[in-house]
Design a protein around this ligand. Structure first.
Ligand code: C2E
Ligand code: CA
Ligand code: CA
Length: 596
């Protein structure tokens, strides 16, 4: 006997969707013979009627002729599926092309039958099969979902397990590396949990863990991931933080939320202490394992400091020896600044229509006597985190302004500009505009010779105060460009509202535009966007003649990249100026930046 019959003493509700009266009568008779009094047969002659019946009450299976007065072919099937997504559907059609049948099965029909090949007497059996198969698939789906959840979650607390957490962490780190954001991690370990578990029993221990999980979840932001690594170890991922202060803040909130006594049943309320250690990428590590290790070590330090009755250390994720190294690196960088090992190189920006240099970007270089040339990406994060970026930024600004003065003196009327990169930390400085003003006046640099480059995130994340600062700087007559435009989060309305003069198209788009149509489309729309908003646009990372030509064809004529020249020291610019002589006053092709 079929399981379908074993299932229900109950009624079998079949919806027959059939316009032809003779066919309908034959099918009804066969079903009546097979199911007798258990059959509740509904009949619709149109799709609209069928949908109405499906909405009105439960149906176990639908038997459908695709060709109806108000719909035909797959549209009929789609209509039925829409009204009854989880009910098995059996097609029983006069004309059923092979290709239609295949697609019907793909979009969810359980069975496709030709009337000519399937006598009505077979229908009862086939309908029961369809119901059974559907039920089986649903059970399988549910089991698969439950298994997926079990494989990625801790059964006791329902939190993510280690595997899923590492996944999240990897993704956050990749995102951070790409957009220059920092990822925070907190390692939470309960103090004395083993004692409670051993003395009061596992049930109480479990209850405690569940409560801790709840508290962690309600303390952190929704975007922060909480996981149980095992035992009494929990971790919290802060996927996007500005600084260690943010990590420390969440750490304090976690300690506070665990301070309330926990109800363990039987009128027993216990206060539980926890040790929490923090770590932050990229300073404490750049891989998931490095960061977990760092937070783990910090957590242990916190625990031992507490045991010895000391106030918890500002527990951060550096191993003692790493901390020494970081400290030494900071000292090295500071010494490098004092010893004049930091230099500014300049990379030209060329207007390819006139082949003239229109500006140069100042790029920082560290000539370490031991390590040779150190790339800015490997010491800027340290400089930002320690605040050293402020004096370093001053140095770059001062040198760049002085350089601009010398270029304008050597090439009168050229209107040459110098681009200087700004870090978000500098924007946070109070009276940053005063600093800029002072440097301009001390170097004798006209404000319109200076272009500050900032990334989308630095303005977006630093909020209103940063915008005020930018407005003040722009009020001096200095121009502002968004760097690496298109890879971050700036919305289009941001471009309109923020005090900006233009943007630089990120070199990743330029690098791929010849091989990937999508990148070319992005570059093309960025150029129209700039044009539409009256903004200035420069393409970065131009490495080949082909890229340069394609960009010009898209009306992006100001370009920068190795194709023209890498960044070179101030004293080595002569050949660059010879190859692309800046405009003398008479032939000046340079468009003034739009006044805004
Ligand atoms: P950025 O502002 O996007 O600078 C452009 C980077 O692209 C520079 O890397 C430049 O050397 C490189 N580049 C130029 N042309 C090409 C090309 O054709 N192909 C390729 N693949 N790369 C090209 P660099 O000098 O290593 O600087 C890296 C980043 O460090 C800069 O990115 C900027 O964000 C930051 N930076 C550099 N100097 C300073 C500074 O003085 N202050 C601050 N706050 N950041 C700086
Ligand atoms: Ca730049
Ligand atoms: Ca850039």
């Amino acid at each position: 006997m079929l399981p379908a019959e074993a299932r229900a003493e109950g009624i079998l509700r079949i919806l027959l969707v059939e316009n032809d009266e003779g066919d309908a009568a034959r099918a009804a008779a066969a079903l009546g013979d097979a199911f007798g009094t258990r059959l509740a047969l509904l009949h619709a002659g149109t799709l609209a009627h069928a949908i109405r019946l499906l909405m009105e009450g439960p149906v176990d299976v639908v038997l459908v002729e695709l060709d109806l007065p108000d719909a035909s072919g797959l549209a009929t099937l789609a209509g039925i599926r829409g009204a009854a997504p989880s009910i098995p559907i059996v097609l029983y059609s006069r004309a059923l092309e092979e290709s239609v049948a295949v697609r019907a099965l793909r979009v969810g029909a359980q069975e496709c039958l030709q009337k000519s090949a399937t006598p009505v007497e077979q229908l009862p059996r086939l309908l029961r099969f369809a119901i059974e198969r559907q039920r089986h698939l649903a059970a399988l789906d549910a089991a698969r979902m439950a298994a997926a959840h079990r494989a990625t979650h801790d059964p006791l607390t329902g939190l993510a397990n280690r595997g899923l957490f590492l996944d999240h962490l990897d993704r956050a780190l990749a995102f951070g590396a790409r957009y220059g954001r920092k990822t925070g991690l907190l390692f939470v370990d309960l103090d004395g949990f083993k004692l409670i578990n051993d003395s009061l029993g596992h049930a109480v221990g479990d209850r405690l863990l569940v409560e801790v999980a709840q508290r962690l979840l309600s303390t952190v932001r929704r975007s922060d991931a909480v996981a149980r690594l095992g035992g009494d170890e929990f971790v919290v991922l802060l996927p996007d933080v500005n600084s260690r202060l943010d990590v420390a803040h969440v750490r304090d909130m976690i300690l506070a939320c665990l301070q309330e006594p926990i109800d363990l049943g039987d009128d027993r309320r216990e206060r539980i202490a926890a040790s929490v250690g923090g770590a932050m990428s990229p300073l404490d590590g750049t891989t998931a394992q490095e960061l977990l290790d760092a937070a783990d070590v910090a957590m242990y330090r916190d625990k031992y400091a507490r045991r010895r009755g000391r106030m918890p250390t500002p527990a951060f994720g550096l191993r003692v020896q790493d901390e020494t190294i970081a400290h030494q690196r900071e000292l090295r960088l500071r010494a490098a600044l004092d010893a004049g090992e930091l230099a500014v190189h300049y990379q030209p920006q060329v207007d390819v229509v006139s082949q003239q240099i229109v500006g140069l970007e100042a790029l920082l270089r560290w000539h370490d006597p031991d390590q040779g040339m150190v790339a800015p990406s490997s010491f800027l994060p340290l400089a930002e985190d320690t605040g050293l970026i402020v004096p370093i930024g001053d140095l770059v600004l001062r040198e760049a302004c002085a350089a601009a003065v010398s270029w304008r003196r050597d090439h009168p009327g050229s209107g040459l500009r110098v681009g200087v990169n700004l870090s978000a930390v500098q924007l946070r400085e109070k009276a940053f505009e005063q600093r800029v003003k002072r440097i301009l006046s001390e170097t004798g640099c006209p404000a319109d010779a200076l272009v500050l480059e900032l990334t989308e995130s630095s303005t977006l994340y630093e909020g209103d105060q940063a915008l005020d600062t930018l407005r003040a700087v722009r009020g001096l007559g200095v121009q502002l460009m968004v760097d690496d435009f298109g890879v971050g989060f700036a919305s289009l309305s941001f471009l309109r509202e923020a005090p900006l003069d233009g943007f630089k198209i990120d070199r990743r788009f330029v690098a791929r535009m010849l091989t990937d149509d999508r990148d070319e489309a992005i570059v093309s729309s960025l150029v129209s966007l700039a044009r539409g908003l009256g903004l200035h646009v420069i393409a970065e990372g131009v490495e080949t003649a082909d890229q340069s030509r394609r960009l010009s064809a898209l009306q992006c004529t100001e370009q920068q990249g190795h194709f023209f020249s890498p960044a070179v020291p101030l004293g080595a610019l002569a050949p660059v100026f010879r190859a692309h002589p800046p405009a003398p006053p008479s032939t000046r092709r340079l468009r003034a930046l739009p006044a805004r």
